[in-house]
Design a protein around this ligand. Structure first.
Ligand code: MG
Length: 509
């Protein structure tokens, strides 16, 4: 994974070896996968969270980090537990001996910090110990005392080179830095910009992933300021893919095995770099800095039935993290449907790259949703001479097939020579799939999810066969009827057809 380079830089600060021998071991051994097991790797093996067994499992999986929560009992023992209560007893009001009487579900006793760190140092050269200092339920002062005791313990055990500190309490974060300026400290609460974190001398932000969706500008800002990026608690593939595409340093998860799989298949593993995206996280009309509209109802060369509106939320709207393109049965200027056709022209035009769109399709007799590309400058003349790349088309009368195609002067559907291939998919209207092309100067490969199913090569015989050496832009639309979509007629009961788009991402090498 290409994120390694960035990651290694961050680690220079993390590794403060106490001996030369440790330095060698740690610098060579620390896992670079960015996977932080949240409360240890507990889930797959049904281990208790925050148990030593879950820590050992994270180490066995060679996660980059294993996270755990530290609190202090009434008699000042540092122990590992997430909730402020353990077995119904408030930890800060109860002595450790009393708490210890109830074992964890796997028979382990409630671990102390000393036991936890000792276990974490044993046979471990890969996995950082991501130590969360919990805020005190009593007072800010008590949290500061806990912090002092934690730092002393970490140093006494020689664990400092392996530890990353995290806390929701900003004063705790700052206290760690005061006591140990070389410590790596990441703030959890999501309310400080990377620039503020930098100003206050902390090292990273470890925020809920939704914070980054609301503040996408914090990602480049963090990178620009060398602030480490971490996100919690990321348990599904879609969010993992987004964070991986954005090259986060760490991702904190209850599903380390799933994250390891996503890392393998993410475009960044093949050397792609994200250069343009819309995650559709702001409700309302689509982002005007990224999208324009093709407007009108002239049949679009295919005798289609829809009128494409401009900036009308009844046809194109962002809602709950998705772009909805809504074809509706209503008359407008002699057309029987309204719909929308969004274009990135002038706002996103690319020559070569990986263009991927996660979408769920409307499928009914007469629907014709499309994710496709047209040339921006038409250098080789009007259609089809300058080319067309259809990343995904579906026609509702063939509900279980999606198509990838290219059109050129020599290869196009008018003369029945277009290059096209179908991919069998029986749930395109029920599940989001990623429709993608990887386009370079030699070929265009078409994918559904991780499956390549069609490839079109540059024959080297010039623009009539390969006009794909110019800039193209992306188009998203739901057409209705038309020469292909309406070939078997229309479902006359259909009131509307909605294509949902979760994200659009464009990568280049
Ligand atoms: Mg925690």
């Amino acid at each position: 994974m290409k994120k390694i380079g960035l990651f290694a830089t961050a680690l220079q600060f993390l590794i403060t070896p106490v001996t030369f021998a440790m330095k060698t071991i740690h610098e060579n051994g620390l896992a670079k996968n960015g996977i932080v097991a949240h409360r240890g790797a507990f889930k797959t093996n049904k281990l208790p969270e925050n148990s030593i067994a879950s820590l050992k499992n994270a180490i066995a999986l060679k996660c980059a980090g294993s996270e755990f929560d530290v609190q202090m009992t009434a008699d000042d023992s540092l122990i590992i537990n997430h909730d402020p209560k353990y077995n119904g007893l408030t930890i800060e009001k109860t002595a450790y001996a009393e708490l210890k009487k109830t074992p964890l579900s796997n028979g382990e006793h409630l671990p102390t910090l000393q036991e936890y760190l000792s276990a974490g140092l044993k046979n471990n050269w890969s996995t950082r110990l991501v130590l969360e200092i919990k805020p005190s339920v009593f007072s800010k002062e008590r949290a500061q005392q806990v912090t002092e005791k934690v730092i002393k313990m970490v140093h006494r055990l020689g664990a400092a080179p392996m530890v990353v500190y995290i806390s929701f309490d900003y004063d705790v974060c700052k206290k760690v830095k005061t006591l140990d300026p070389k410590a790596q400290v990441q703030y959890l609460n999501g309310d400080k910009s990377p620039e503020e974190i930098k100003r206050d001398g902390l090292d990273g932000i470890d925020y809920h992933f939704s914070v980054f969706q609301k503040h996408p500008d914090w990602i480049p800002q963090a990178k620009h300021n060398n602030i480490v990026l971490n996100a919690w608690t990321v348990n599904n593939a879609a969010e993992m893919d987004w964070l991986l595409a954005n090259r986060f340093d760490f991702i904190t998860t209850n599903e380390p095995e799933l994250l390891a799989e996503r890392i393998k298949i993410n475009p960044v593993a093949k050397g792609w770099k994200l250069i343009w995206s819309d995650e559709f996280n702001t409700n309302g009309l689509p982002d005007t800095t990224k999208w324009g509209y093709d407007v009108g109802g002239n049949g679009w060369g295919n005798n289609e039935l829809e009128y494409y509106t401009k900036a009308d939320t009844s046809n194109a709207v962002v809602r709950d993290g998705k772009l909805l393109i809504i074809a509706k049965k209503e008359n407008k200027e002699h057309n029987t449907f309204t719909s929308a056709r969004l274009v990135t022209k002038g706002k996103g035009d690319w020559r070569y790259g990986r263009i991927e769109v996660s979408a769920k399709l409307p499928i009914a007799k007469g629907t014709w949703p499309a994710i496709w590309m047209l040339p921006t400058d038409w250098k080789y003349g009007g259609w089809p001479a300058s080319g067309e790349i259809d990343i995904m088309e579906n026609v509702g009368f063939m509900p279980d097939t999606v198509f990838g195609s290219v059109h050129t002067k020599s290869f196009n559907h008018v003369i029945h020579t277009q290059k096209t291939k179908g991919f069998y998919l029986n749930d395109a209207d029920k599940t989001f799939h990623v429709y993608a092309v990887e386009w370079n100067k030699d070929r265009i490969d078409f994918f559904v999810d991780a499956h390549p199913y069609f490839s079109f090569s540059n024959t080297g015989k010039g623009f009539a066969e390969w006009p794909f050496d110019q800039k193209f832009h992306l188009i998203l639309n739901v057409a209705m009827g038309g020469n292909w979509g309406g070939m078997r007629g229309m479902d006359e009961t259909l009131k509307q057809a909605v294509m949902e788009v979760d994200y659009v991402r464009v990568f280049q090498q």
